[in-house]
Design a protein around this ligand. Structure first.
Ligand SMILES: Nc1ncnc2c1ncn2[C@@H]1O[C@H](COP(=O)(O)OP(=O)(O)OP(=O)(O)O)[C@@H](O)[C@H]1O
Ligand SMILES: [Mg+2]
Length: 539
């Protein structure tokens, strides 16, 4: 029994792909993303349906409206073929699934079949269900097949989630993070648009001032979510490493400005304001006065101008009331918490008649969200750079101490941080190249993958490709991704929201799936839609 026959090969075929025509009575059995089977030398080969369309056969010969009206209107005889294109994904030989393509192409006239349930299971499911997470579903013969990704490959061999805006990237991330954390795999998300702040239970959110903290806490409690919001601040000494990028000092002045800044930073100021006050000579500090006395006025002015920009950044304390924990210390503590899987959450104070008791409870924690929303792009880049460095150092140390652990790092709008001309890209590139050895993996999300540095993309081993239209992005991914042939381009431009092509190491075979949507993300448009309807209905 070869299975349900649905059509024939037509037009042309190669060891990579073939065209086919479908028996019209079976047309409900095939759709884009479905799988076809074809026998070559008695061996079943399988192919992913990339495109399907109906083609009218007669019109071009009739060339006349009257004749078409007669054919379709009177005779009621539609003249069409349902044709499509499929791409080989592999075969089953002696019961084993191989990603082998046929040596010789099939021939026009060869029959095509629908694979059996057993064959579908072989093609897409993994033996050890503990090591995989479900990502989406394929529909075939009215049956839904779950498609899984291998956790290890997904995380530490790096994953790219690419697609145009609104194609479903964040929804995909949210689902994956939920699945990973259900399996106790910790994830840090660099959240740019506050997409994820109300998506998960048991989160730690790092934000950058008390006002934001209050807001985030209210969001969590509104949704009935457990979580802890913490405020982090950098010490001004961090500026030393970022003079050029952040302060934009270059050229002749740079050396002098840098020297002055270094000297002032060595006095351990608490806020940028303090630095500015020193420069304004509102100080009785003799050490400061000494430094300023030996410095040219132009250098002082130059540094002052730059510090004014930084003085309203939230990453640093703006005044004495504007406090927060030291970010590096905070991140270090959080990584320790992720390691054991719990964190201390301070509960409300209670009063037992004599003294105030503070109950401290331990709570599960697997997701850390870095709330980058209130930060400028420069701050975001600097923050990412510093936090990635601290994560890398810590996981590397753990590895060498014989305590290796694993962590997924989600970077939204990855093109902002991983393009050639920004400093952050060297850290991302480092983790892309070496993170695997220390259990660190990247999940890069972008709508413009072609802006990401080539050597970073070439380290990505699993691609979840949602709708992509831009030929530059398509060509760029093909060039850097050994798993994607040009044959898939047509399918990628036509994917509907929430559908994606999966290729690469974490998947058993390439598949076009409908991604499971089980977590709400902030970027959704439903509220805007509701508001438009509200506005339209107003008199
Ligand atoms: N798998 C899915 N099933 C059903 N609906 C989906 C799915 N994925 C996304 N959507 C819907 O599509 C819309 C856009 O999704 P999402 O915010 O995830 O896209 P995005 O690619 O992250 O967009 P952006 O580039 O703007 O960040 C949302 O309203 C979401 O509910
Ligand atoms: Mg998004």
């Amino acid at each position: 029994m070869k299975g349900i026959e649905v059509g024939y090969i037509i037009k042309e075929a190669s060891p990579e792909h073939f065209y086919f025509v479908i028996d019209p009575s079976k047309r409900n059995l095939v759709s884009i993303g479905g799988i076809l089977k074809i026998y070559i030398d008695e061996i079943p080969y399988f192919a992913l349906i990339e495109d399907i369309s109906s083609v009218a056969m007669e019109e071009e010969r009739l060339f006349e409206y009257k004749a078409i009206e007669y054919l379709y209107g009177k005779l009621k005889k539609p003249q069409y073929m349902i044709c499509g294109k499929a791409i080989f994904i592999g075969c089953i030989r002696n019961g084993v699934v191989l990603s082998e393509k046929p040596q010789i192409p099939p021939l026009p006239g060869d029959r095509i079949y629908i694979p059996s349930e057993d064959e579908m299971e072989k093609l897409y499911s993994f033996e050890d269900k503990r090591l995989v997470v479900p990502i989406g579903k394929i529909n075939l013969l009215k049956k839904e097949y779950d498609i899984y990704l291998k956790i290890k490959e997904l995380v530490i061999r790096h994953t790219g989630i690419f697609g145009i805006t609104g194609s479903g990237k964040s929804t995909t991330v949210a689902h994956l993070v939920k699945e990973l954390t259900n399996k106790n795999i910790p994830v840090v998300i660099f959240d740019i648009h506050r997409d994820y702040i109300a998506s998960f239970d048991n989160v730690i959110i790092i934000t950058f001032d008390e006002k934001e903290k209050k807001f985030l806490e209210s969001v969590l409690s509104e949704r009935g979510l457990k979580g802890k919001v913490v405020v982090g601040k950098f010490k001004p000494r961090i500026l030393k490493d970022y003079v050029e990028e952040i302060l934009g000092v270059s050229g002749k002045q740079a050396v002098h400005v840098f020297k002055l800044l270094s000297k002032l930073l060595s006095l351990e100021p608490e806020t940028i304001r303090e630095l500015l006050d020193w420069l304004d000579e509102k100080t009785s500090n003799s050490k400061v006065n000494n430094i300023l006395r030996n410095t040219k006025e132009t250098t002082i002015e130059s540094l002052k101008a730059r510090l004014y920009r930084v003085s309203d950044w939230r990453l640093f304390r703006r005044n004495v009331e504007d406090s927060g924990e030291d970010l590096l210390y905070l991140m270090d503590k959080i990584m320790d918490d992720l390691r054991v899987g719990t964190t201390k959450m301070e509960e409300d104070f209670s009063f037992d008649g004599e003294e105030v008791i503070m109950k401290t409870v331990e709570s599960k924690v697997n997701v850390v969200i870095i709330d980058m929303y209130p930060l400028s792009i420069e701050e975001q880049r600097m923050l990412l750079d510093i936090l990635l460095e601290s994560v890398y150092t810590k996981y590397k140390r753990w590895k060498f101490e014989g305590n290796a652990d694993v962590l997924g790092i989600v970077i939204e709008e990855a093109h902002r941080f991983a393009s050639k001309d920004v400093k952050t890209s060297t850290k991302i590139s480092l983790i892309a190249r070496e993170g695997r050895k220390f259990g660190l993996g990247l999940i890069l999300v972008s709508q413009i993958p072609s802006k990401i540095q080539e050597d970073i993309i070439s380290q990505i081993n699993t691609f979840l490709l949602l709708k992509i239209i831009n030929p530059r992005d398509l060509e760029f991914i093909r060039k850097t991704c050994p798993y994607l042939s040009r044959e898939y381009f047509e399918a990628l431009t036509k994917l509907e929201t929430g559908k994606c092509l999966i290729v690469g190491l974490a998947a058993k075979n390439p598949a076009i799936v409908k991604i499971i949507k089980d977590v709400e993300v902030g970027g959704a448009e439903e509220d805007i839609e509701k508001r438009i309807i509200e506005r339209i209905s107003q008199p």
